[in-house]
Write a protein that binds this ligand. Structure first.
Ligand code: NAD
Length: 370
């Protein structure tokens, strides 16, 4: 059989894999290919100073391979800081499977992927992410024990969303304490964008101390909005109107990048505290703008750490939900420290959170080497 070797280029441009790895400071990137199953996956191990690189696998129909590489590098780096600031003995990693999750899945593909994960002998621990179902996880787990966040029927810790929501809730309270002098959410006007898994649990927590008439929700799906309004009696607006409602607190629990030039000129809140990943369109610029506008921004990778905290207790064995909740509750104090550091150093809250995460990676990473 004759084989044509394609150059590693995209639209005439080199991938420059090593310079990208160097740019984000990655340890290892593994390209996984299997002709028979059609598997094309990338596993990115960003940093293992604190332990095995942990982070979910995402299946997505990337427009090209360069986009898949960019995504996995960015996401795995994010996991390093998220795991570090949560106080976990885990490094940062992530995997992407290139393909359409609606049409290109098959049993053999996931089982083959499981073999690739296993070949790393525990250096990378995978979990569910966008495009991956419980069934897919079952196939992966047939070939490797380095899988976490498994459903309860598989002996795993189950849905992490309630723990994530609890962490966001205590983070919201810590933010209220900083801004208003006490951490009660009673009477606070809250705009909650995205009432999916985490959004609904967060709403339940907030309603323990606030009246539904003070809460406004939005969601991409109209039927979901109707369901939540009927169940809890909260207000609802069209998805694009959420930024303009009168509010004290904006809680983004849908997609990323909703804190941007457009929304920051509309958001009249004093706090941003929500579950979504990568909320700031531009990490530096929009964190600075929040500060300049007098908005206290709760760094997403800290406040939404409850999910990975929950998974961590599955990884270390003898999973105990109460321990996971207690640990997620510590987000309150960590966030308070971040806010105090920002004030003292006159830096934005994203910067102070990054500083804390980096400090832990450096000091604890050194201990491990000795
Ligand atoms: P989900 O898919 O269950 O819910 C997201 C909701 O947002 C859906 O109901 C969707 O319809 C809605 N949505 C999408 N676009 C919207 C828009 N433009 N306006 C309003 N609503 C919109 O997801 P989830 O598990 O609840 O996660 C929510 C966010 O939190 C995501 O960004 C996720 O990455 C992040 N997160 C989740 C966890 C977890 O434990 N599930 C952990 C950490 C971070």
């Amino acid at each position: 059989m004759s084989v044509t070797i394609q150059p590693i280029t995209e639209a005439g441009k080199e991938f420059a894999i090593f310079s990208q790895m160097a740019g984000y400071d990655h340890e290892q990137v593994v390209f996984c290919h299997d002709h028979a199953t059609g598997l094309k996956a990338i596993i990115a191990i960003h940093n293992t100073a604190l332990g095995a690189a942990a982070g979910g696998t995402r299946m997505w129909a990337y427009k090209d391979e360069a986009s898949a590489l960019h995504d996995v590098l960015r996401l795995s780096r994010g996991m390093t800081f998220k795991n570090a600031i949560a106080g976990l003995n885990l490094g940062g990693g992530k995997a992407v499977i290139i393909g359409d999750a609606r049409t290109q899945k098959n049993e053999a593909l996931f089982r083959r992927f499981g073999q690739f994960v296993d070949s790393l002998a525990g250096k990378y621990i995978t979990a569910e992410d966008v495009g991956i179902s419980t069934k897919d996880m079952e196939y992966i787990a047939m070939h490797t024990k380095y899988v976490a966040g498994k459903p309860e029927i598989m002996g795993g810790s189950g849905d992490p969303s309630p723990v994530t929501a609890y962490g966001v809730y205590v983070g919201m309270k810590a933010s209220a304490k900083k801004v208003y002098g006490n951490d009660s959410l009673a009477g606070k006007k809250i705009a909650l964008q995205g009432v999916g898994h985490v959004g609904e649990y967060l709403l339940e927590n907030i309603l323990k101390e606030n009246d539904p008439k003070n809460i406004t929700i939005s969601d991409f799906y109209e039927d979901r909005v109707k369901q939540i309004v009927a169940k809890y009696g909260v207000n609802a607006v069209d998805k694009d109107a959420i930024y303009d409602v009168p509010m004290d607190i904006y809680a983004p629990c849908a997609l990323g990048a909703t804190i941007n030039d457009n929304t920051l000129s509309r958001l009249k809140c004093s706090i941003i505290a929500g579950a979504a990943n990568n909320q700031l369109e531009d990490e530096k610029r929009h964190a600075d703008l929040c500060k300049a506008q007098g908005i206290l921004y709760a760094p997403d990778f800290l406040i939404n750490g409850g999910g990975i905290i929950n998974v961590y207790y599955e990884i270390i064995g003898n999973y105990n939900r109460e321990r996971a909740y207690n640990h997620a509750g510590e987000i309150y104090d960590t966030l308070t420290n971040i806010y105090n550091l920002s004030e003292k150093e006159n830096i934005n809250t994203q910067q102070s959170a990054m500083r804390l995460a980096l400090e832990r990676i450096e000091t604890i990473g050194k201990l491990k080497i000795r």
